[in-house]
Design a binder for this molecule. Structure first.
Ligand code: ATP
Ligand code: MG
Length: 415
């Protein structure tokens, strides 16, 4: 039998309520902050990611799904969203629009990684980018949104880890110091970090091996080596997020696994997630668009992992507010049919049976399906023009007029 590919999974109707609630909350929030949705292709030229995310990053060097199409074009399933958005920004001359151009996306991404809790090969992200203006208010806004999406869903105890990896000047100065510090200790670094030492030294800070972490900790930090301008930007972002009471901490060894970042960067973590504890991450990438052939254009953004948020929402009920119509004349009487259609036309999510079943059986089904209320329409009620409304949680019942059913149920479901 053919099954799903390793690292991918079906998102079944049983689990979809949380996904849909998360998407709805995110869209509403992002639109309030004046972000508009953008949908870029799922596959792009592989070169796009090589040039932007960076050849030496894990994402491009190890994790990308690259394939040739029938004409021999080298394509890749998108491993992240920012590169495609930067491409689209340049391709559609969005720099001529009112700046900042604020965009968001929700969709699948692909990385060939070892599947484990919080890490899959097809995963989903919600992300946003504010492009065209360089202002700490936008960095803070992006952090605020990245915190608010999980918060609005009821996820508590999120922590923002904040740092700046500086501009080209202070970063170069720091990297020199870091290399100097590690030079005599290079043999103690892991094989990956030995490679990083010459290819991409800043990535050594991201190594998860305890020996490498210790060696880095004994050395200089980028935060203490920032130039006045970069320090000031970081402090302004701090001031803004402090004013929003966002729980944050400066993490002097924080770097990101993508080459395009500059200046302020952040991760939002949750301790309950174990090893894969990063819920969302992002930062500034002021050079990317120019580097890709556009005009010099500052930008800042974030991406949040949907699966990781879903994991944190496992105990919460986002099931639809639905009612169950139980009736007792089979086949369905035309008045019952009209009542059922009327409920649905008025936007009430209604389930029912289309098969002969006892009342007891139907109420059991209603409970199993998670319906919050049942409407019981017996022959008696039908002749009187009434219906019984049963609260499935408390089992209390009241008889209401058929004509009032819609307005009464709507009051019970203040959506
Ligand atoms: P990690 O350190 O966990 O590998 P990353 O730095 O590679 O993360 P980003 O590229 O910043 O991740 O992606 C942003 C977010 O997308 C992550 O914080 C995480 O929540 C989610 N994410 C990234 N890769 C995966 C994956 N393979 N499976 C599930 N979620 C993922
Ligand atoms: Mg990764």
């Amino acid at each position: 039998m053919v099954k799903t590919v390793r690292g991918t999974s079906d998102i079944l109707p049983f689990d979809i309520d949380t996904w849909q609630a998360l998407e709805l909350v995110s869209r509403n929030l992002l639109e309030t902050y004046d972000y508009r949705e953008i949908r870029t292709p799922i596959f792009e030229q592989a070169g796009l990611f090589q040039k932007s995310v960076g050849e030496s990053t894990d994402i491009v060097s190890k994790e990308m799904y690259v394939f040739s199409d029938k004409k021999g074009r080298e394509l890749a399933l998108r491993p992240e969203g920012t590169a495609s958005i930067a491409r689209s920004f340049i391709e559609h001359n969005m720099n001529t629009q009112t700046l900042p151009v604020k965009l968001y996306y929700i969709g699948p991404f692909f990385r060939y990684e070892r599947p484990q809790a919080g890490r899959t090969r097809q995963f989903h992200q919600i992300g946003a980018e504010a492009i065209g203006i360089e202002d700490a208010g936008l960095d803070a806004e992006i952090i605020d949104i990245a915190v608010q999406i999980p918060s609005k869903m009821g996820i508590k105890n999120l922590k923002v880890m904040l740092n700046s990896i500086g501009c080209e000047e202070c970063r170069a100065k720091y990297v020199k110091q870091l290399l100097e510090h590690l030079k005599s200790r290079i043999k103690k670094l892991c094989a990956d970090c030995n490679r990083r030492y010459s290819a991409n030294p800043l990535r050594i800070l991201d190594c998860k091996k305890s020996e490498c972490i210790q060696l880095v900790k004994d050395g200089p930090t980028i935060t203490e080596n920032l130039c006045a301008k970069c320090r000031n930007k970081l402090e302004t972002v701090e001031k803004h997020i402090k004013s929003l009471n966002i729980d944050y901490q400066i993490q002097p060894y924080l770097v990101r696994g993508l080459d395009y970042y500059t200046g302020v960067i952040f991760e939002i973590i949750h301790s309950q997630l174990g090893a894969q504890n990063v819920v969302a991450a992002g930062g500034r990438y002021d050079n990317l668009i120019e580097q890709m052939g556009g005009k010099s254009t500052p930008a800042v953004g974030f991406a949040a992992g949907i699966e990781r948020m879903i994991m944190l929402l496992a105990n919460k009920d986002f099931s639809n507010n639905s009612v169950y119509l139980a009736y007792l004349d089979f086949p369905m009487d035309k008045k019952v049919f009209a009542f059922l259609a009327g409920l649905r036309q008025n936007g009430i999510h209604t389930k029912t049976t289309y098969q002969k079943k006892t009342l007891k059986n139907q109420l059991k089904t209603a409970a199993k399906l998670g319906c919050k209320f049942s409407l019981i329409l017996g022959v008696n009620e039908l002749s009187k023009g009434t219906v019984i409304l049963r609260d499935m949680k408390t089992s209390t019942q009241e008889e209401i007029k058929l004509d009032n059913a819609v307005s009464i149920i709507k009051k019970k479901f203040p959506l």
